[in-house]
Design a protein around this ligand. Structure first.
Ligand code: ATP
Ligand code: MG
Length: 457
């Protein structure tokens, strides 16, 4: 009996998944997270999991944002329950995704994303086989292996994104010195920076985006390899790049982010044309105005249109190509359409702008020559166009950047707000050669029409 007791006392404590001697546990006094700032859906999700005997933590961006006193965009939960087990715990839950199966748990109109702890892609099973696939450059294609809490923390990108908050104890568990990094405002990648970027080059974009958005300094070792590895972005599927760039430009810190992209040589991989644009003074002015405009709107919680944004980012490239085609004798409109297709084709290879945006983007460009026509019925028709407002806002940027005289956009502003009589008085004389309308030959009119009969309706 005594031997058994002694054995129990001196036996090393069995490691339970998710516990590790390196973990630091911070209490409310240190991390300062106010539980009331957490959405009720997230709290109910964690509670549900814990009641069913699983672990449940709020993780990722939300913990980081709460500690920084920011309002989290959304709440993610991590657990040791498998997706099937999670689904069984909640009444309204469904498994989504093929690559990483995650569960969406719904409460009212709130959706909480629940992920099972993921293991290292280097992990092997009892047969010595790994479920992961890695390319020659080190990029991970598939790593849907379940793991422990500690492993889950290790495969997250930055120390500040690898914090686990348990609402029941109000503790934050930290495996990678994330809490001190938040306090010091340092963005540090977990593990060996180069290896982590090779595994997933998008992390380089995330480094730039998060440091701009959170106003954090990039740690030296985290920053150093980026320019050297920038080309790896070329292997990332264009649709994923688009999503990440959209997050970057809609972060409310597009200006700083674009500057940081350039500073680290990352823009070649994503917006090859932006480089050329930023090198021309007028192009740079235009893009800066557009990004400032977007940032202001995001910060005022106004909607921003990705189509408009990408239309601005690529405009000066379209403009150059438009002028080139016109100088070879092409008419303005066909020349513009040729330029639009050229630019979208080059861009599409790197970063796929989804069709729902690229169609509108081209509409905005396509409307531009119509703003220069201020005679006859044309301005009235343009006002009726469903993209008039976007077209006008775009014109405003063109004028403000010095590409066109301010007088043009001021004219449109007055025209749009005037009564019909004033509008008619504002019209410019119609100097365009009148189109001759040929009268349709009626079967019994015989003979050809004279040259002046075209104006007769
Ligand atoms: P945001 O506030 O913009 O949503 P976020 O950090 O929450 O920033 P998400 O894309 O929502 O970004 O990702 C949630 C979490 O998933 C991150 O906090 C991080 O822990 C992890 N994560 C996301 N992308 C990666 C990645 N490429 N590599 C490793 N971990 C990642
Ligand atoms: Mg997030």
């Amino acid at each position: 009996m005594i031997r058994k007791l002694l054995q129990r006392v001196f036996q090393p404590k069995k490691k339970t998944p998710g516990t590790n001697s390196d973990v630091q546990k911070f209490s409310r006094r240190t991390h300062g997270i106010d539980k009331h700032k957490i959405s009720s859906g997230a709290l109910k999700t964690v509670e549900g999991l814990q009641k069913a005997g699983y672990s449940g933590f709020i993780v990722g961006g939300a913990v980081r944002d709460l500690m920084l006193g920011r309002v989290p965009k959304d709440f993610d939960v991590a657990t040791d329950a498998t997706p099937e087990q999670v689904r069984q715990v909640f009444r309204r839950a469904r498994i989504i995704g093929r690559r990483f199966r995650i569960v969406h748990v719904m409460f009212g109109n709130e959706t909480i994303e629940v992920t099972t702890f993921r293991g290292s892609h280097l992990a092997v099973d009892e047969n010595g086989e790994s479920d992961a696939q890695v390319t020659d450059s080190g990029r991970i294609l598939r790593d849907n292996v379940f793991g422990t809490l500690q492993e889950d923390a290790e495969r997250r990108d930055f120390s500040i994104n690898a914090l686990y908050y348990n609402p029941a104890t109000e503790e934050v568990w930290d495996y990678h010195r994330g809490v001190p990094d938040i306090k010091a405002k340092v963005l540090r990648i977990i593990g060996d920076p180069e290896t982590r970027y090779r595994e997933d080059p998008v992390r380089m974009l995330r480094a730039v985006r998060l440091s701009a958005k959170l106003e954090m300094q990039l740690d030296r070792a985290t920053e150093t390899p980026i320019p050297k590895l920038a080309d790896l972005l070329q292997d990332v599927p264009p649709s994923r790049l688009f999503e990440e760039m959209l997050k970057l430009f809609l972060s409310g810190h597009a200006m700083e982010s674009a500057a940081a992209l350039r500073q680290h040589g990352l823009h070649h991989g994503v917006l090859p044309l932006l480089d050329v644009v930023l090198e021309q003074p007028m192009g740079e002015r235009f893009v800066k105005l557009a990004l400032k405009n977007t940032d202001d709107r995001v910060q005022q919680d106004k909607p921003v249109s990705p189509a408009f944004l990408f239309a601005t980012l690529l405009w000066h490239e379209v403009l150059t190509s438009w002028q080139k085609h016109q100088s070879t004798g092409m008419k303005p409109l066909p020349a513009l359409f040729e330029a639009m297709h050229e630019v979208s084709d080059i861009q599409a290879g790197k970063l796929a702008i989804p069709k729902r945006y690229s169609v509108t983007m081209k509409e905005i460009w396509g409307l531009q020559p119509r703003f220069e026509q201020r005679a006859g019925q044309r301005p009235f028709r343009l006002l009726e166009h469903e993209r008039y407002r976007a077209g006008y806002d775009f014109l405003l940027l063109r004028c403000e950047s010095g590409e066109l005289p301010m007088e043009l956009v001021e004219w449109w502003d007055r025209f749009a707000h005037a009564d019909t009589e004033t509008r008619n008085n504002m019209l410019q004389p119609d100097t365009a050669p009148k189109k001759r309308r040929r009268r349709r030959r009626s079967p019994n009119s015989g003979g050809s029409q004279g040259p002046h009969s075209g104006n007769t309706p």
